[in-house]
Design a protein around this ligand. Structure first.
Ligand code: APR
Ligand code: PHB
Length: 391
């Protein structure tokens, strides 16, 4: 088989890239290990930066987001005895939207299907070849067990942290940075109306807590727990009791309403960056090149920003034989990657307790500054709401 761009991975990065390329009349084939149902059912984060929403709007993918999503002006920061609202619109002129990554992935899948996108779900043994030639190719086994060779002009590695693309960049070429945090998140989905109009990020001596949501009837909440915590240790009542303590139930008249938990899982927390994000005719985007802890709500938005840079770069390369953008892709994308990696590390270390009393004092002082000074609050707002793509 032959195509112009072979895309490995049908997560948000791969699907959005295939969409942006198709708007430029560029063919692609998308390969995915999992089934479409699995990919579209995966529970992931749910905050969209304003630049992500503007991009999805601009490429015809904003309708359901605008209908079913929820625009938020900002977030609440709270710690025992204190609760502050940071208004991103006042501080940085930008809002954020609450709309599950699952929904974004469904919208992308539907749009690609309607556009007749060529997909191979359920593939295995995916491997990339001849990356330093102008005739790279991918081999894989189809869901039916057939061995397939896909020739392309370019390969886009959108295959997340466990795909083949990351490993295809030779050790002699790549540099990696990694930080693993000494805690995890216990995340729940609950069929209960959110007890807050906007997200609450809470510092508490017992550990961090976050109150997010998916809709008017579905809440999404997180608790800081030990790395690899056994979920069996957390019966539903204990989860709600601990959330109530950390989020300040009963303080300043605010109450947390518990409800039936429909899903719970423990998520690891780490930062990872790999450079360069290009090797010959292989271009990496999204989690294939970088992982951020979820505290800054950057994972999905960074994947979107990568492909928003990659699509025009590949278009100029394949349509005009102009490689300037493609040659600059890795450095340009990495500027935002490191900004978001710093912001996610900063939010994570400001809000998660380490058990060190000196750290706790530093964290509380930082929270008071961020919530009490316009400069501090604007810094958080600008990064959280998202900097313009291609900054
Ligand atoms: N062959 C084909 N597909 C593969 C392979 C392979 N060998 N290995 C992995 N994949 C697929 C995965 O099954 C997954 O569906 O690549 C896809 C990568 O998608 P994501 O992990 O969603 O990564 P990305 O599209 O970069 O989106 C990043 O997802 O994980 C969240 O927090 C992260 O929000 C961020 C977003
Ligand atoms: C979520 O809604 O799942 C969510 C929101 C904000 C975060 C992380 C996750 O920082």
């Amino acid at each position: 088989m032959r195509t112009e761009v072979a895309i490995i991975g049908a997560g948000p990065a791969g699907l959005l890239l295939s969409h942006l390329l198709s708007l430029e009349g560029i063919d692609s084939v998308v390969l995915e290990t999992r089934t479409r149902e699995y990919v579209e059912a995966r529970i992931r984060a749910g905050i969209l930066e304003s630049s992500t929403v503007e991009l999805l709007d601009a490429v015809g993918l904003g309708d359901r987001l605008r209908e079913e999503g929820d625009e938020h002006r900002g977030i609440y920061l709270r710690w025992p005895g204190e609760r502050h609202h940071l208004d991103f619109v006042d501080l940085a002129g930008r809002s954020v939207w609450v709309y599950g990554q699952t929904e974004v992935t469904k919208d992308l899948g539907r749009a690609r299907e309607e556009a007749g996108q060529e997909f191979y779900y359920g593939v295995s043994d995916t491997a990339v070849h001849d990356l330093t030639t102008d005739r790279p190719y991918v081999t894989f086994r189809s869901a039916e067990g057939e061995e397939v060779r896909l020739d392309a002009d370019v390969i886009a590695g959108c295959d997340g942290s466990f795909g083949p693309s990351r490993g295809a960049v030779p050790d002699a070429v790549k540099r990696t940075w990694e930080r693993t945090y000494p805690y995890s998140w216990l995340g729940i989905l609950a069929d209960v109306a959110p007890s807050t109009d906007e997200l609450i990020y809470a510092w508490h001596p017992n550990g961090f807590a976050l109150h997010s949501m998916r809709s008017e009837t579905v809440s999404r909440l997180y608790l800081q727990v030990a790395p690899g915590e056994d979920i069996a240790e957390w019966p539903d009542d204990r989860i709600w009791d601990e959330l109530a303590v950390r989020l300040g139930h009963g303080q300043d008249g605010w109450e947390l309403t518990p409800g039936p938990i429909t899903d719970k899982s423990v998520l690891p927390m780490r930062s990872y960056v790999m450079e360069p994000m290009r090797y010959g005719r292989l271009f990496l985007a999204g989690d294939a090149a970088h992982i951020v802890p979820p505290t800054g709500a950057k994972g999905l938005n960074l994947a979107v920003a990568d492909v928003a840079l990659l699509a025009p770069a590949l278009t100029a390369m394949l349509r005009k034989n102009n490689t300037a953008l493609a040659d600059a892709y890795s450095d340009t994308a990495l500027r935002r990657v490191w900004r978001c990696t710093h912001f996610s590390w900063w939010m994570t270390t400001m809000l998660h307790t380490s058990g060190d009393p000196f750290d706790a004092r530093l964290q509380l002082s930082q929270l008071r500054w961020v919530a009490g000074s316009e400069a501090g609050a604007t810094g958080l707002a600008e990064n959280y709401a998202g900097l313009p793509i291609g900054m």
